[in-house]
Design a protein around this ligand. Structure first.
Ligand code: ATP
Ligand code: MG
Length: 184
């Protein structure tokens, strides 16, 4: 509590991470996106690597009329690991990252979700030190959520709130395929 912030509720931008092997990382980010949009905030979701599936949230976001925008920046399946990495996938990750940095400094958004960015980092397609430096240099009021398994230690260190989804059970292990409205 300070003289400028008598209620102790001064607004500040948070860095959140949703990681872990359990389901719910992206959908929790989308839930937060909806909460923010409901507060009149403008939300941009950039989805690293995704692009082959048409997720329900893409159409749901359209209904928010520009205050909640989701962009798929990949093409789905990615071959990973050293020489296996397709240069086209690397190029798409680079474009997604360039867009993320531009979005941070555009003043257009209150919340930026970098969905599946942890996978791009984990696959060696994006330098975690570069990401950490850009996040530290972002405008102080901007909220950012990073999602994906195996969040890098540098980013976990930097984050304010980190949630690890733990898998207790997943229908997939019983052979049940992805269900519309739940998985996509
Ligand atoms: P969701 O988008 O449902 O919140 P997520 O973001 O936590 O899932 P990702 O690692 O991004 O999970 O996985 C993408 C897809 O794989 C989603 O369709 C998700 O439902 C599914 N999935 C998530 N966790 C598991 C799991 N433990 N086993 C199998 N499939 C999973
Ligand atoms: Mg996800």
């Amino acid at each position: 509590m300070t003289i400028d912030d008598p209620t102790g509720t001064q607004r500040r931008g948070l860095l959140l991470i949703h990681t872990g092997a359990g389901k719910g990382k992206t959908t929790a980010a989308l839930g937060t996106a909806m909460r923010a949009a409901g507060n009149g905030m403008r939300v941009l979701v950039l989805q690293f690597l995704k692009g082959s599936w048409h997720y329900g949230e893409l159409d749901a976001a359209e209904r928010f009329g520009g205050d909640l925008v989701i962009r798929q920046m990949g093409r789905g399946f990615v071959k990973v690991g050293g020489a296996e990495t397709d240069p086209e996938d690397l190029r798409m990750v680079q474009t997604a990252w360039d867009d993320a940095v531009a979005a941070m400094h555009s003043g257009e958004w209150d919340l930026l979700v970098l969905d599946e960015i942890n996978y791009a980092i984990g696959y060696g397609m994006l330098d975690p030190a570069l990401v950490a430096a850009a996040l530290e240099a972002r405008p102080p009021m901007l909220h950012v959520i990073l999602t994906g398994r195996n969040a890098h230690a540098l980013l976990v260190e930097l984050a304010d709130t980190v949630t690890e989804m733990r898998e207790v059970k997943h229908a997939y292990t019983k052979g049940i395929l992805a269900q519309r409205g739940i998985e996509f």
